[in-house]
Design a protein around this ligand. Structure first.
Ligand code: 5RP
Length: 223
């Protein structure tokens, strides 16, 4: 199976976790796009979705799925999103699509995080994928130096030759060269650095379940 077929497979498998009659939290990315397509087939059974990005909101609306603002909802039963990396404990790196801040907000609002990913996303230790960190632009240089102190190398993410601007009006640093052996401690530490909006380590908001697309079908991992 191609990577895209694996994404479609886990996107469909995630429908099993959508609770009829309840609003569903929806992440961002190419795997989630396949989930959104599947969700359209059951849209009459749910009131709608809370979305983690402008891109997903647009896609949900184009398929006739109502999008609620996160502030209209107290708690979601489930949040479904992809990952750039997932380790054996369900800790993840996210933010390859620059939506990490809203993703973490909606994940924190949800009882359960169902991660949908193809098997290329599985790692033993987080850090192979450049770690996305959303930052206030005036702090970017200093935060890059703080990562250098940990052995990392941070680059401002560019789009069309200029710093990419997130849905929240901020910038993204992509940090290479890290081995994140203590994801909970690492997330807590980086969260304290002035100017960090969100670090792309999802340890405090880790996955409860991962639906992993493999050559042998969907593997369900629970944490
Ligand atoms: C976006 C994300 C995505 O979930 C992550 O980048 C995975 O994306 P894809 O499904 O396209 O591989 O965190 O900010």
């Amino acid at each position: 199976m191609t990577q895209d077929e694996l994404k479609a497979l886990v996107g469909r498998a995630a429908l099993h976790y959508v609770v009829p009659g309840e609003i569903v939290g929806v992440g961002t990315g190419s795997t989630v796009n396949r989930f959104i397509e599947a969700l359209a087939s059951v849209k009459d059974r749910i009131p709608g979705a809370v979305s983690s990005s402008s891109a997903s909101t647009e896609r949900l609306r184009s398929l006739g799925i109502h999008v609620f603002d996160a502030t209209e909802v107290d708690e979601l039963s489930v949040y479904i999103d992809g990952a750039d990396e997932i380790d054996p404990r369900g800790f993840m790196v996210k933010g390859g699509g620059a939506a990490l801040t809203r993703e973490k907000i909606v994940a924190a609002q949800s009882k359960r995080f169902v991660c949908i990913a193809d098997e290329s996303k599985q790692v033993q230790v987080l850090g192979r994928f450049p770690l996305p960190v959303e930052v206030i632009p005036m702090a970017a240089r200093r935060i890059a130096r703080q990562f250098a102190g940990l052995g990392g190398s941070a680059q401002v993410r560019l789009k069309d030759g200029a710093p990419l601007v997130t849905d929240n009006g901020q910038h993204i640093l992509d940090v290479t060269g890290l081995q994140i052996t203590d994801p909970l401690g690492f997330e807590t530490m980086v969260n304290q650095w002035p100017g960090v909006v969100t670090v792309g380590v999802f340890a405090h908001q880790k996955a409860s379940v991962c639906l992993l697309g493999t050559a042998n079908g969907v593997q369900t991992l629970t944490y």
